[in-house]
Design a protein around this ligand. Sequence first.
Ligand code: SAM
Ligand code: DTB
Ligand code: SF4
Length: 325
Amino acid sequence: MTYEQLTALYQLPLFDLMEKSRAVHKKHWPAEEVQLCTLLSIKTGGCSEDCSYCAQSARYSSEVEVERLMSKDAVMQRARQALETGSTRFCMGAAWRGVRMGTQRFEQVLDIVTDVSKLGMEVCVTLGELGSEEAVALKQAGVTAYNHNVDTSPEHYPNIVSTHTFEDRLRTIRHAQDAGMSVCCGGILGLGETIEDRLKMLEVISSFNPPPESIPINALMPMKGTPLAENPQVDPLDLVRMIAVTRIAVPGAKVRLSAGRTMLSDEAQALCFFAGANSIFYGDKLLTAKNPAVEKDRMLLEKLGLTTQQPDRRLKNWSKLSERI
Ligand code: SAM
Ligand code: DTB
Ligand code: SF4
């Protein structure tokens, strides 16, 4: 959708916008399920990049402790737990600028992914910049989706990150798509951007070919020690509007209500689901920041009468695997 079309939608009275997004949602997602996705930081902190929202950048003195790449056994244990608690997607994040073929750490990641993918969940990774070869290797190892956010508009991006460019982000997304992985690409609200920036970001994301399979909408969690630590909280109703416009712009995408849910009331989250969000990160922790407790989320979904996406039992080996866990 063009920026003009997105702006026209965004400026509608909230209930008119929500009526429209609800209709799109019901048509494309009749089952009305919420997908639960568990996140795991497999390599935390010490990142060379200077993304000004991120507690994992080595440039800022945040409270995050640097940790080495987790062992395969430790990751597998967490992946099995995720499956047991009902997640159908497992997303592994690493605080790297990117990965390169032939390096020991990339070989290790490929080995981890190969085993995680046998559990039958969707497997997502977010490892920073990818070349085409690396993308193909990840796909062959069993990765189903690559997360790489554009985060904000092309115009605002240089105010937020100086160590890589918006175009670098787009190149990685191209490589992931060319290798046959689906793309999870969204952004963060609350980086000091304008509404125009948010819609310009969405114009870029909605023009991807093929469209992204998943669009995470994060609300900035201000992290101590980072340049954006004192940024004001995003207005929950702005988040609702953004979700509604995203649902209309990319009807077939999972719209993921992502970071920042700890700052939202149950009522605000309910509006986000009504506006078109159909996935959440599930588990007490995101990568380094807090997320609502599993029991709290279960209660919320139950109160709203929302069901969760069930594992795809058609996946080969499902029955054998479920016996093993
Ligand atoms: N290093 C990889 C990269 O930059 O793509 C992967 C990890 S990075 C932490 C993944 C995404 O998390 C970022 O693109 C951003 O959208 C989101 N994120 C990071 N810190 C955040 C924060 N403090 N609040 C909200 N979202 C955040
Ligand atoms: C995304 O868009 N949000 C997730 C996931 N993709 C990797 C990460 C949120 C990170 C929040 C801050 C933290 O935990 O450090
Ligand atoms: Fe590094 Fe990713 Fe954090 Fe940027 S967002 S500092 S690339 S971990």
